[in-house]
Write a protein that binds this ligand. Sequence first.
Ligand SMILES: [Fe+2]
Length: 341
Amino acid sequence: MTRHIVATDDDPAIRKILQIMLTKEGYQVTSCQNGNELISELATEETTIDLILLDIKMPGFSGLDLLAMIKRSHPHIPVIMLTAFSDLDTGMKAMRLGASDYLTKPVRRETLVTCIRRVLAASETQQEEVEEKSFYLNQQKDLEKKLHTALQTLNNTTFATLEAFSETIEQKDAYTKGHCSRVRTIAVSIAKALNLPHSNVMIIEGGSLLHDIGKIGIPETILNKNSSLTKEEYDIIKTHPEAGERIIRSIEMFQPYRPIIRSHHERIDGKGYPDGLKGDEIPLDVKIVSLADAFDAMTSSRAYRSALPTELAVEEIKLFSGTQFDPDLVNLFIDKELFLL
Ligand SMILES: [Fe+2]
């Protein structure tokens, strides 16, 4: 491929010599007699220019001014400066401004050709490195996109599975229809009001859907009983958090929900079950689901009682603030009116 060199010098004799020498070497050469010509050449031919030869001392734009402009607008085009012997300091300044090299005039053919070959080879390597870097960056972006899609699909599948499980739980008890999904809505809104990280919100969301999974093993005659439970029956109901934990023990993807499943009936005064945990022994995720669970249970009809109106349920929640529920969560729940969802 013929390489294109633009030689800029106000001296017609030097332009002619450069043209002859470089054409002989097989280069395509365009000559410019000043900065304005070079600027318009750059505007029209920028994609074809492989190298610029630039005289330092010219009327109008100086070589250094032009060099600074080129390095700003076309940093990938290498520039070799041409300077008179007495201009060595200026030559060094040009190097600092980004010139690839500088040559003193009069330029010998051999020196010129060697310098141009070296600078073109270095520019080509640099270009290849830039292209390689951009290739890998694009590949990385592509992989990140694919990973994101895969995670999204996995996430959707996980939630579809969780929803299926929660529906199975609700099938056992006609009165709890929609309970898990309402607990999910309330608990997630509390988590978001607390600005919890996305990963915690996801755990709260999944845990809300699965919290009562242990009820699968409780006889329907007890779950649907429309009168008060005997002590024995209540004891059986109280086994559902541990039963739930046993059910999900060997399912890897459900492990993050284990604390919510086991501990959603704990109370901050230590009078809950199954472990009698107190205060901060109960993780925040669990306390959030407990509050949402209790509020939805109060405002839904059950086999043994009808639903409480929202205002009364809110009063009930306030009444148990500091004993059953975390008072900070109760305050947030009421201040942000999260019960109106
Ligand atoms: Fe429960």
